[in-house]
Design a protein around this ligand. Structure first.
Ligand SMILES: NC(=O)C1=CN([C@@H]2O[C@H](COP(=O)(O)OP(=O)(O)OC[C@H]3O[C@@H](n4cnc5c(N)ncnc54)[C@H](OP(=O)(O)O)[C@@H]3O)[C@@H](O)[C@H]2O)C=CC1
Ligand SMILES: O=C1CO[C@H](CO)[C@@H](O)[C@@H]1O
Length: 388
């Protein structure tokens, strides 16, 4: 069988994770990468074992052999590059957030539909076995009606004023940071699990560190640095380190989440509890192999990820017997598996329901982010646009 030929744009932190994930599928060949300039592209291509290197992604898009392009660039480039990928007639897998504004994401969704390309957004936290298990349990009514959803997404890599990354800069990261960067994942995952859309939000945002030391040299995502005098300049920070958001959902559930990038000891702790009319459930990305199930009249349970214990809908998401832990790279691999098998099966993105997040979900997340920013600015409930 001929492998699907793929190009990847941007190979900083997450680009190489995409490359590793698709290579594990066996049905995809990464034939090219594009970087910010030719020198960096060649260096990265040599490191990653990729044949072709482009300093300008538009030259890569002209290659007729490439059928799919991954956009792993910083946020401000998503709109333009995604648009160019679609116009070149390629299937597109974009990193989140899909664009900088909801009008851009609406346009991308419309363009992808018009050009009938397969379009995905890397909301990867949907793709864990126990997240799928919980979704299936809620669909079956095992836990009862969903009443409450609460949780958080906490990180500590921006805790100190010496921590710096392009995500802090509105022109590159967008006018929201913690909400767009990690809150978008929390909202997408929770909506996917309970099958309800967020319809209204009330938000409180804060910039805990109002001035940071911006280094003269580039700092890698999750990079740590020790700065000496003269190696940095102090800059005011306008994007939020923290947010707490009250939520109303489409089928009556109520909820709340907190996001923070300044919570010491929390590395990538996306967690949520869902309290239903019969039982509750809690899942935490830092310990993804355990699902807590809470009861009132019998002892609580911990369901450990094991193919023999999971519902049929979740079994495809686990690849080893229980105790052989699967985590972040495996969730990403599941995302790629679903995306590429949709393409291989020649499914129609306008008709068939994909088992991965699409540009419609990416646009939905943009609408939530904007409603949160508006709510914080006006200090009132704001409705989320869900009409698309
Ligand atoms: N779904 C998930 O779990 C994750 C998603 N992300 C998302 O992925 C995206 C990338 O994040 P991350 O990998 O952390 O960022 P990085 O800064 O680590 O990597 C981005 C890469 O894109 C390159 N780049 C910049 N401009 C261009 C250009 N014009 N053409 C080609 N390449 C370019 C950068 O080069 P240079 O450094 O030289 O500018 C860099 O190598 C973000 O949108 C982020 O939100 C990130 C982490 C996890
Ligand atoms: O950009 C991001 C930074 O941290 C997280 C962990 O990798 C990601 O999920 C997120 O998308």
């Amino acid at each position: 069988m001929q492998k699907i030929k793929v190009g990847v744009i941007g190979t900083g932190f997450v680009g190489p994770a995409h490359i590793e994930a698709v290579r594990r599928l066996g049905i995809v060949e990464v034939v090219a990468l594009a970087e910010a300039n030719q020198e960096l592209a060649e260096k990265k291509a040599a490191e990653l074992g990729i044949a072709k290197a482009y300093g300008d992604y538009r030259e890569m898009l002209a290659d007729p052999d490439i059928k799919v392009v991954h956009n792993c660039t910083p946020n401000h480039l998503h709109y333009k590059i995604n648009k160019d990928i679609i116009m070149a007639g390629k299937h597109v897998l974009s990193e989140k957030p899909l664009a900088m504004t909801s009008s851009e994401s609406a346009e991308l969704l419309q363009l992808a539909r018009e050009h009938k390309v397969v379009h995905g957004v890397n909301f990867n936290y949907r793709q864990y076995p126990l997240v799928q298990q919980l979704r299936a349990m809620i669909r079956e009514g095992t836990l009862g009606t969903v009443n409450l959803v609460h949780g958080s997404y906490l990180q500590d890599w921006l805790l100190y004023d010496t921590d710096y990354n392009w995500r802090l800069e509105p022109k590159v990261g967008g006018s929201s940071r913690a909400v767009a960067d990690i809150g978008s994942h929390w909202c997408d995952t929770v909506q996917h699990v309970i099958g309800q859309r967020i319809t209204e939000v009330f938000a409180d945002l804060a910039t805990v560190i109002p001035v940071r030391k911006r280094p003269k040299q580039r700092v890698a995502t999750f990079g740590v640095q020790e700065l000496q005098a003269g190696q940095y300049e102090e800059v005011p920070i306008k994007t939020e380190d923290y947010a707490t958001v009250l939520l109303r959902f489409s089928d009556g559930a109520r909820g709340v989440f907190t996001v923070s990038q300044v919570s010491a000891g929390r590395k990538n702790r996306l967690s949520f509890e869902i309290d239903c009319s019969k039982s509750s459930a809690f899942w935490n990305q830092e310990e993804p192999e355990h699902l807590w199930i809470g009861h009132r009249e019998r002892p609580n349970e911990i369901l450990m990820a094991d193919p023999a214990l999971l519902l049929p809908e979740a079994k495809n998401y686990i690849h080893h017997p229980g105790g052989h832990n699967e985590g972040w790279p495996d969730g990403l691999k599941n995302m790629m598996h679903n995306f590429y098998n949709f393409i291989l099966a020649a499914k129609d993105p306008l008709v068939d329901t994909p088992s991965f997040a699409t540009f419609a979900d990416g646009h939905a997340a943009m609408c939530i982010i904007e409603a949160i920013l508006e709510s914080n600015a006006t200090q009132r409930w704001v409705k989320v646009n869900n009409n698309f």
